[in-house]
Ligand binder design. Structure first.
Ligand code: SF4
Length: 402
């Protein structure tokens, strides 16, 4: 269990952030916000993928008008992203958004900042202070010799001080950077400095797989230390990928209840009796679509597969033209290879409907014996030494003696 840092709580629409609230997943639409139908289509897709809060840019008057239509039809709270023009923050508030994100690096006049904070205070809206290493206030960058962790935190604290001058501190804070180590150090320092809930992200992480790896390294490291109350993967990809990645990370760390399948699969090797990639991909798609919250294993051979995946709720391992379907490590059925994916899906649905014990009680009485015999046959046929190591060692010695 991760011991989470204690933070204050803010509420975005109906979603609490901070305190003992579950860590929420955020993403951002890539449509023009003025395109109401297109933006709502993306928001619905994000919500279906597990996104709790969606941000839309409010970069022009038409976007603010779009938001006025979007907020009432959105299934999740909407945050308006504001850059440079404080009047667009006021317009977004008027549109009925559930929160704002302000970048202290590009709305700099204290009077403007305090005016927006006062309006948010009066309407009960939280604001995210979204510091970004790439657009840091120039005077702070100069003072600290660049975008250092101290500079990012100083920018956030200065904005917070302006807010407090008008008696407003209903805030979340982010100090994002595209450099993972800088981002980690900045958030650690921020966590020691304020008790506000923190929004984690590696900015401009790029396309997958690099973007996923960088985001997971940064966000995952902090979450494991108990830091972070809401997260966003910033990928150069369909935002649905961001939402999925956020959910998977939180579920993997035990920070959110499992809602979707956790598919584990062996990497495959010379011993594999099937195309593991093909079967695992087909199973992942089918189980994800059905929202089955189980750990499911796809293993390339029956020699090692069932043992290595014995903790999975269920799994399938390939024999000679057959699949051994196992539940909690016990083989419950042996099916033809062509039916492996379907058998996995059927059993997963049956477990969700009836429970693991009921399914174990309905196991084919002969399955374990059939599976054991086939496993022995395979070991006899292929040998336990899949790498043919004795032959190779003999060859290596011949080469050395030449
Ligand atoms: S389960 Fe079998 S096929 Fe998969 S990696 Fe292990 S030994 Fe290889």
């Amino acid at each position: 269990m991760i011991d989470r840092r204690k933070t204050r709580q803010v509420v975005v629409g109906a979603v609490p952030v901070g305190g003992d609230a579950p860590i929420s997943v955020q993403s951002m639409t890539t449509t023009k916000t003025a395109d109401v139908e297109g933006t709502l289509t993306q928001i619905y897709a994000l919500a279906a993928a597990g996104c709790d809060i969606v941000r839309c840019t409010c970069n022009e008057e038409e976007a603010a008008e779009g938001l006025a239509h979007i907020v009432s039809r959105s299934p999740v709270p909407i945050v308006a992203d504001i850059h440079f023009q404080y009047k667009l923050a006021l317009a977004a508030i008027e549109a009925g958004v559930h929160a704002l994100r302000l970048n202290p690096g590009n709305i700099r006049k204290p009077a403007h900042i305090k005016l927006v904070a006062s309006e948010a205070r009066d309407r009960g809206l939280p604001i995210r202070i979204g510091v970004n290493a790439g657009s840091l206030d120039p005077d702070i960058a100069e003072q600290f010799g660049g975008a250092t962790p101290e500079a990012l935190v100083a920018s956030a604290v200065r904005e917070l001080d302006y807010f407090r001058e008008v008696d407003f501190d209903d805030v979340k804070i982010s100090v994002k950077a595209s450099n993972v180590l800088l981002m980690i150090e900045a958030y650690r320092l921020l966590a020691d400095t304020v008790d506000s809930p923190l929004h984690l992200g590696v900015t401009e992480a790029g396309p997958p797989p690099a973007g996923l790896v960088k985001s997971t390294a940064g966000i995952g490291t902090l979450l494991a230390e108990g830091i972070g109350d809401t997260i966003r993967f910033s990928l150069t990809a369909d935002p649905v990928e961001e939402a999925r990645a956020g959910r998977v990370l939180l579920e993997a760390l035990g920070l959110r209840e499992r809602k979707s399948v956790d598919l584990i699969a062996c990497p495959s090797c010379g011993r594999a009796e099937v195309d593991v990639i093909e079967i695992a991909t087909a199973a992942q798609r089918a189980l994800e679509d059905r929202k089955i919250p189980l750990q499911v294993a796809v293993m390339g051979c029956v020699v090692n597969g069932p043992g290595e995946a014995r903790d999975a709720d269920l799994g399938i391992a390939a024999g000679r033209g057959k699949g051994h379907l196992f539940v909690k490590g016990k083989v419950v059925r042996v099916v033809p290879e062509s039916e492996m994916v379907q058998a996995l899906i059927d059993e997963a649905e049956a477990i969700v409907a009836e429970g693991i014990d009921a399914r174990l009680a309905k196991a084919d009485a002969n399955a374990e014996a059939i599976a054991a015999a086939e496993r022995e046959q395979l070991i006899e046929l292929r040998g336990v030494d899949v790498n043919h190591s004795l032959d190779k060692i003999a060859r290596i010695r011949e080469i050395a003696e030449d």
